[in-house]
Design a protein around this ligand. Structure first.
Ligand code: BG6
Length: 513
């Protein structure tokens, strides 16, 4: 496909009106874990370097591993090496950063731990002059969540201290494993924290390109009028990964693709694409609109799940030219596992805007490529002047939000091929982040951590949203649990053949990966 030229207008540089984070103390439960090492510490370091952290702040790492502050700081030092890969960092900066990190070993399920934690927090609030604002971050396995939340409540750590402006908690996904468990967890959280203190993370909402869906839709006048069933034929949301489950068999065996990717990331993408324009840009107004989308999804009748939902599990194959073992041969996976590593769904949104428009969603591991995108497929032209061509002979317009890896937006349209013969060609207008904006986009965790500190809940999942998403997903999980035969697809392919049938029954096709 040929590319058309696109004019790029650079954005203004000013950040003058951006809200500032207050001084804070951050307690990370699960401080010796992968998430802390790979995401949280590098995100904090980058935020500090960008001048987005306040002058006064500190971190307490909490985990069972016996360590003192110095040992923990060695781990922290290792974690920020990844930042060095994008340019040298100054020793003074590193020292300044490390000086903020403290460690408190112990069992976060036991009440004795919390009297020590309270004492340490009180001391460090004074030493670091933070005024007592505290952020508790649950980066532990999910089975520890309720224990920690209960203990925080019993120790009174759920309430802001007198000198503080706020006290908040961040909860990582997975938030429950089905509707009942999510409701139970929500109830337990609500017994201890008010909803405006709770930040349920979905890291997809922190991605620049995902947030840009909102700006694209509501900061441009020309797209919204055609954003409905009159002009759009169908929408495809794809999150394909070439990686397998890595070392996460313990978690993934119980999760599977539908819980791991759909209940959260893919449904959030769907909501951003399908929501109505909010009345303003307040966190709850925007979250109300996202929630309304979930309320409008047509439930899938339990006896028709197979017409709307497909699953698959990767077998052995070649991914990017390298041999990959099948899922059942991965360490820690049962040899007869029925866990799905791929899912695809077709759904409808029953409201005025979207009546009759099909939404196709798919996500899987060990696919041919890593690619995440949302594609808006417009309708065919109603009548074609250029005989002998008919409307079906030409490609309808497609607008694609490329979320990763090559972040950008592209619009395809028809153009006359130069020359005397009548010939149409599909061409593309393209905007790419790298070319248009200087430097790499911030990691999703930088956005989200900063929002927790500022107190902006827009990019976090609200209690009702979480329960509605599980209400939609759970019947599919239940139907699959009753019929545990999972089609196998070849690693490095585009997924199971059954997924093709999902679009072919509507005479549509998945986009190529
Ligand atoms: C996580 C899932 O939430 O998202 C992982 O648990 C998945 O299984 C990951 O690999 C994908 O995130 P990203 O940002 O790499 O697309």
């Amino acid at each position: 496909m040929r590319k058309a030229k696109v004019l790029r207008i650079p954005p203004p540089e000013s950040t003058a009106n951006e809200p500032q984070a207050n001084p804070f103390g951050l307690v990370i439960f699960g401080a010796s874990g992968d998430l802390t090492r790979r995401k949280l510490i590098p995100a904090l370091f980058r935020l500090m370097r960008s001048g987005l952290l306040p002058k006064h702040w500190y971190v307490i790492g909490s985990a069972r591993t016996q360590m003192d502050d110095d040992d923990f700081r060695k781990h922290v030092r290792e974690s920020i090496r990844v930042v060095e890969e994008s340019g040298p960092i100054r020793t003074a900066e590193v020292e300044h950063f490390l000086g903020r990190f403290h460690y408190l070993a112990g069992d976060s399920q036991e009440s004795g731990y919390y009297s020590r934690l309270t004492k340490r927090l009180n001391e460090l609030d004074k030493d670091h002059q933070t005024g007592g604002n505290r952020l508790f971050y649950l980066a532990t396995p999910p089975d520890s969540y309720t224990g920690i939340i209960r203990q925080l409540g019993e120790a009174g750590l759920n309430r802001p201290v007198k000198t503080a402006r706020w006290n908040r908690i961040v909860i990582e996904k997975p938030f429950g494993t089905d509707l009942t468990s999510a409701q139970t967890l929500n109830r337990k959280v609500a017994q201890v924290f008010k909803e405006d203190q709770v930040y349920r993370i979905d890291h997809y909402l922190g991605k620049e390109t995902v947030q840009n869906i909102l700006f694209f839709r509501f900061a441009n006048a020309i797209f919204e009028p055609i954003w409905d069933r009159r002009y759009i034929d169908h929408i495809q949301i794809t999150v394909a990964e070439s990686l397998g489950i890595e070392h996460r068999a313990g978690y993934y065996e119980r999760a599977g693709a539908l819980r791991d990717m759909f209940q959260n990331h893919l449904l959030q993408l769907l909501c951003l694409i399908a929501m109505e324009p909010p009345a303003n840009f307040d966190a709850d107004t925007v979250r109300d609109e996202r929630t309304k989308v979930l309320k409008s999804i047509r439930p899938i009748p339990p006896d028709e799940i197979d017409r709307f939902a497909v699953r698959g599990q990767y077998g052995p194959g070649l991914v990017n030219g390298r041999e990959a073992v099948g899922y059942r041969a991965e360490p820690g996976v049962a040899r007869d596992s029925a866990t799905e590593t791929f899912s695809a769904l077709k759904l409808y949104i029953d409201n005025w805007r979207w009546q009759g428009v099909r939404f196709y969603l798919r996500s899987g591991k060990r696919l041919a490529k890593r690619k995440a995108e949302v594609a808006i497929e417009f309708k065919w032209v109603p009548h074609l002047l250029f005989k002998p061509l008919t409307p079906k002979d030409i490609q309808p317009n497609t607008l694609v939000f490329r979320i990763q890896p090559e972040e950008g937006i592209q619009l395809t349209f028809q153009s006359k091929h130069p020359g005397p013969k009548l010939c149409l060609d599909n061409v593309m207008m393209e905007f790419d982040y790298r070319g248009s904006f200087k430097g790499p986009s911030p990691d999703a965790y930088e956005h989200l951590l900063l929002d927790c500190l500022i107190g902006d809940q827009m990019l976090f999942a609200r209690r009702d949203w979480v329960e509605l998403s599980w209400a939609f997903i759970t019947p599919i999980l239940e139907a699959w649990a009753k019929a545990p035969r999972v089609p196998i697809y070849e690693a490095g392919s585009t997924g199971p053949h059954e997924a093709e049938a999902l679009t072919e029954q509507d005479k549509r096709q998945w986009r190529s990966l």
